[in-house]
Write a protein that binds this ligand. Structure first.
Ligand code: NI
Length: 136
């Protein structure tokens, strides 16, 4: 059976601060730049959720886009949209909420919600010109 990918695009806004508490203020500033701002700052994240699999012979779908969008809304957007990632989530209390770590977290949230036969890939844009892919 031919495998095919279906992609759902979503969007959320969230605040964060990148900081390593084991480093000096100067080193944090040097490494993280504006993303180290003590009072946090926001990003407009664009999220692409790609699901890869074969088409169900009865529906012709890899996954019903309504089901996929409901999963993303319930487990990702409701969790991260309009949140301060450092303060409002458990997963980024001690882990820097970089685009990399957010994408890995989204993958780990969604993967168990999908049928085991389906592959999942996450693309997360922190700016129009910077994005990460997991798994790559
Ligand atoms: Ni930032």
């Amino acid at each position: 059976m031919n495998k095919i990918a279906i992609v759902r695009c979503e969007h959320f806004n969230a605040a964060h601060r990148l900081h390593n508490k084991n480093w000096s203020d100067q080193k944090n500033k040097d490494v993280f730049g504006k993303c180290n701002n003590p009072n946090y700052h926001g990003h407009n994240y664009d999220l692409e959720v790609k699901v890869i699999g074969t088409c169900d012979p009865e529906t012709g779908y890899v996954i019903d886009t309504k089901i996929l969008s409901d999963l993303i809304k319930k487990y990702v957007l409701d969790r991260y949209d309009h949140k301060n990632l450092n303060l409002d989530t458990q997963e980024f209390k001690d882990v820097n909420p970089t685009a990399e770590n957010i994408a890995i977290s989204i993958y780990n949230i969604l993967k168990p919600k999908l049928e085991a036969s389906l592959e999942l890939k996450i693309k997360l844009y922190e700016t129009p010109r910077n994005f990460v892919e997991y798994p790559y």
